[in-house]
Design a protein around this ligand. Structure first.
Ligand SMILES: Cc1cc2nc3c(=O)[nH]c(=O)nc-3n(C[C@H](O)[C@H](O)[C@H](O)COP(=O)(O)OP(=O)(O)OC[C@H]3O[C@@H](n4cnc5c(N)ncnc54)[C@H](O)[C@@H]3O)c2cc1C
Length: 380
């Protein structure tokens, strides 16, 4: 079916990214996942292609324009490799770029942004704490002013890329309890009082690391405050919107990969004297999987169009986030079923996609929290 929002630039962007991923990422993704690391050269090459430059000024190595459809294309194509940890390790920088460009002091922007955009340095967003991630308004890490500095105390956990990142955007409490009272800070990995330890083995996202960060009287210059003191909550939730759109697009990429492999297998494998694809039950699974992908893709396109018009459709982004992870859960499970035992083997793309389902349903706003937000946004 023709895509109403496709244009020459978007098609060319997709082709460039897809060619790169097919030749430079997909053949090696399994090995990187097993090894738990993606080579830095990949980030740098993607940086050269402009993959991290959407919405970023040219003086910081960006493309000088934004396009939600292209953001979606990048996330979707990355996820088609099937290894969510490779996507997570690569794309994690993207969620710090917008707040850094918009809110960091000019000296910080000039010093760090270009290196992050070009894939030479890494950055992470640190919001979740050991005491909880869903209820951001209750975060406990504190930042107290001391002359020309802020002193941070507390800890963050599950921070993607946290063991490698040079720079962090950190949420901390500068004021009283609740939404007002939270601020964002830029923290350098070398800041005094900052340390980190890796999280243990995980269900998925093997190629990316997650860290617990510790702030023990961690002193940062007062100019590291990003945006207005006590009003960081809005910046945090605004930032979630891009992250959620990207995660939904990743779900689409993984679902397409799972469907592609399911169809190929169903055409090749014979049971009870005929190819699997000739059994009606399997045909219906393929139809259901394909329909779910189409629906999520169309929903994403409508949301992108609204974003392009200057809207921030928060309710729709929330509904998209949980609908896409539910669709992924279904598609990954059906794909695994179609492959039978073969799908259960390590090295099979579907085996990996299946174990990436839960992180998508929990991270970046869990399904439960997204449903609550959607209903709140509906004014109920
Ligand atoms: C692999 C991975 C990478 C991550 N990367 C990052 C990162 O880079 N930066 C970062 O800041 N965070 C990161 N996170 C954290 C992630 O955002 C949180 O895990 C998520 O927000 C949920 O928080 P929690 O795990 O503390 O669960 P909790 O908030 O403790 O919630 C537990 C469960 O209860 C449900 N729940 C909570 N409140 C309600 C309610 N009111 N009604 C019904 N159900 C509810 C939740 O949906 C969840 O299922 C990452 C997590 C993972 C697993």
């Amino acid at each position: 079916m023709k895509k109403p929002f496709e244009n020459e630039e978007r098609s060319a962007f997709r082709e460039t990214i897809r060619n790169f991923i097919d030749t430079e990422i997909r053949p090696f993704a399994h090995d990187w996942d097993e090894a738990g690391v993606v080579p830095r050269s990949i980030y740098e090459k993607l940086g050269e292609l402009g993959a991290f430059g959407l919405g970023i000024d040219e003086k910081y190595g960006g493309l000088g324009f934004d396009d939600p459809f292209m953001r979606v294309i990048f996330s979707e194509e990355m996820a088609r490799c099937g290894y969510g940890g490779v996507s997570a390790a690569t794309c994690v920088r993207s969620i710090t770029l917008e707040p850094l460009q918009r809110l960091a002091a000019p000296e910080i922007r000039d010093r760090v942004l270009k290196d992050i955009v070009m894939g030479k340095k890494d950055s992470s967003l640190a919001i979740t704490e050991p005491g909880g991630g869903s209820d951001v308004a209750r975060l406990k890490t504190t930042a107290k002013r001391d002359g020309n500095h802020f002193v941070l105390n507390g800890s963050k956990t599950f921070i993607t890329g946290g063991m490698d990142s040079d720079y962090f955007v950190v949420g901390a409490r500068t004021g009283g309890p609740g939404l007002t009272g939270i601020s964002l800070f830029f923290v350098d990995k070398d800041a005094p009082g900052f340390s980190r330890t890796p999280l243990g083995k995980k269900m998925g996202w093997w190629a990316s690391n997650q860290a617990t960060l510790y702030f023990d009287d961690c002193r940062v210059p007062a100019t590291n405050l990003m945006g207005q003191e006590d009003y960081g909550f809005l910046a945090i939730v605004n930032n979630f919107n891009n992250e959620r759109l990207g995660m939904a697009a990743q779900c689409v990429g993984m679902m397409k990969a799972a469907l592609e492999d399911s169809i190929a297998w169903a055409q090749e494998r014979e049971t009870f004297g005929k190819p699997l694809i000739k059994h009606q039950v399997i045909r219906h699974k393929i139809a259901n999987m394909s329909a779910k992908i189409d629906m999520i893709e169309s929903y994403i396109a409508t949301i992108c169009w609204n974003i392009e018009q200057g809207e921030t459709p928060v309710a729709e982004l929330s509904k998209l986030k949980f609908s896409s992870t539910k669709a992924l859960e279904y598609v990954a499970s059906e794909a695994m079923q179609i492959l039978g035992g073969a799908g259960y083997l390590r090295g099979c793309r579907i085996e990996c996609i299946y174990r990436e389902v839960k992180v998508m349903a929990i991270g970046g706003g869990s399904e439960e929290v997204m449903r609550d937000l959607a209903v709140n946004q509906m004014g109920l």
